[in-house]
Write a protein that binds this ligand. Structure first.
Ligand SMILES: Nc1ncnc2c1ncn2[C@@H]1O[C@H](COP(=O)(O)OP(=O)(O)OP(=O)(O)O)[C@@H](O)[C@H]1O
Ligand SMILES: [Mg+2]
Length: 381
């Protein structure tokens, strides 16, 4: 059994440059032993590079990394006791599932001569070690529901099955740390949802430290103990999914973790409205700020009464139990997305006049630098 206290990861001032161009850092990141941490952010923000730095597949330009309290900054990947699963699974096409899963065990448990074809198996202790390897592979295959596939080649498997084999190959080694880089992105929507739950259960069973990279906010929100939101090589916020969602520190974070989008408007556009005056009363320095709120913080109701946030419906989106209306407000550049009762959605028509009822307690304000401005009462508290 793995000692879960062994899996802490600590990165300090970690920087990666490619050709003089900084793509990551400086990043400070502490991952607790046994934690499921998700790195989330838009394409190209440096998630894979940060993961590869931790795995040792890239060398750091600056800074240090420790795993289980031991500095590993200059250690090669095999000395870090981490297992990485990539988006493309990287299975050997000519090997069977069992052989693919056995590769890391053969590399660790067999000597070079023992690994030779034919002759190797005749060497002393080879047979016993090979039997142990078979046994371990079979146990892991059973736990992942792929025991019946052990003699197949990767080409004879579905995407989901390949993904399980890649996970299995990582698990057999019982590493301290799992690093998964978008492992579900090749799967169809339904299978992704199923695999999300399987991965969470697997993590619970294995109790290893797991860093999971995705650009999918739903995966980040549903699977992790904490999420770290990355932009342009830096972590802008790290916290529980609820904390990051309910209390974003930065406009980019709020905007990225928002579905189906974040409503934003320059304060200047609403300064003379009742809403603008309310905001001005609770936050100082609001003149240059951006006002933001999520679609679920407001509801659209049909009404001919003109209010601060009245407009015409330009589009209705329905997601089963939820529905949203896109509303064009005269003085705003972008339409407001507001929740509507699904029963109401079928009755709303394009061009219809609606009023947006906003819950002002769920409104966020961000300064010109994107940082959150907190209401005065909160700052005083
Ligand atoms: N070997 C390399 N040489 C030069 N630039 C690189 C190299 N690897 C990555 N980059 C650059 O570093 C930046 C971060 O890339 P990275 O792959 O870490 O992003 P990512 O967040 O994983 O994106 P995605 O979500 O698309 O996978 C990108 O601008 C990329 O072009
Ligand atoms: Mg990537």
């Amino acid at each position: 059994m793995i000692d879960i206290n062994d899996g802490a990861i600590d990165a300090r001032g970690l920087v990666k440059q490619f050709g003089g161009h900084r793509v990551v850092g400086p990043v400070d990141l502490s991952v607790r032993p046994g934690e499921f941490l998700t790195l989330v952010g838009p394409s190209g923000c440096g998630k894979s590079t940060l993961l590869r730095l931790i795995a040792g597949l890239e060398t750091a330009s600056e800074g240090s990394i420790s795993i289980a309290g031991r500095t590993v900054t200059d250690d090669p990947p095999k000395e870090r006791d981490v297992a990485m699963v990539f988006q493309n699974y990287a299975l050997y096409p000519h090997l069977t599932v069992a052989q693919n899963m056995a590769v890391p065990l053969r590399m660790r448990r067999l000597s070079l001569p023992q690994r030779l074809p034919f002759v190797g198996s005749l060497l002393p202790r080879s047979a016993a070690t090979l039997a142990e390897i078979d046994h371990d592979v079979e146990q892991v295959a059973k736990s992942l529901g792929i025991a019946q596939l052990l003699s197949r080649k990767p080409a004879q498997l579905s995407g989901g099955q390949r993904q399980r084999v890649a996970l299995g190959r990582a698990i057999v080694r019982k590493p301290r740390v799992f690093l998964l880089d978008e492992p579900l992105s090749n799967l169809d929507a339904q299978l992704r949802v199923q695999m999300r739950s399987e991965l969470v259960q697997l993590h619970r069973r294995l109790q290893v430290t797991l860093i999971y990279v995705t650009h999918d906010q739903a995966e980040a929100m549903t699977m992790s103990n904490r999420i770290a939101v990355m932009f342009a090589g830096n972590i802008l916020q790290i916290g529980t999914p609820e904390a990051v969602y309910d209390d974003p520190d930065h406009l980019k974070v709020a905007s990225f973790i928002s579905n189906p989008g974040l409503n934003t408007m320059p304060f200047a556009a609403i300064a003379n409205t009742q809403l603008g005056r309310q905001i001005g009363a609770i936050v100082s320095g609001s003149a240059e700020c951006t006002v933001a709120f999520r679609p679920e913080a407001c509801t659209a109701v049909s009404s001919a009464d003109q209010t601060d946030l009245s407009g015409r419906v330009i589009f209705c989106e329905r997601f089963g139990a939820e529905a949203f209306a896109h509303i064009a407000v005269d003085y705003l550049e972008h339409p407001i997305i507001a929740r509507i009762e699904p029963a109401h959605a079928t009755r709303l028509t394009c061009e219809q006049l609606v009023r947006v009822n906003l819950d002002i307690s769920k409104l966020f304000l961000f300064g010109p630098d994107g940082l959150r401005l907190r209401p005065r009462r909160r700052a005083a508290a």
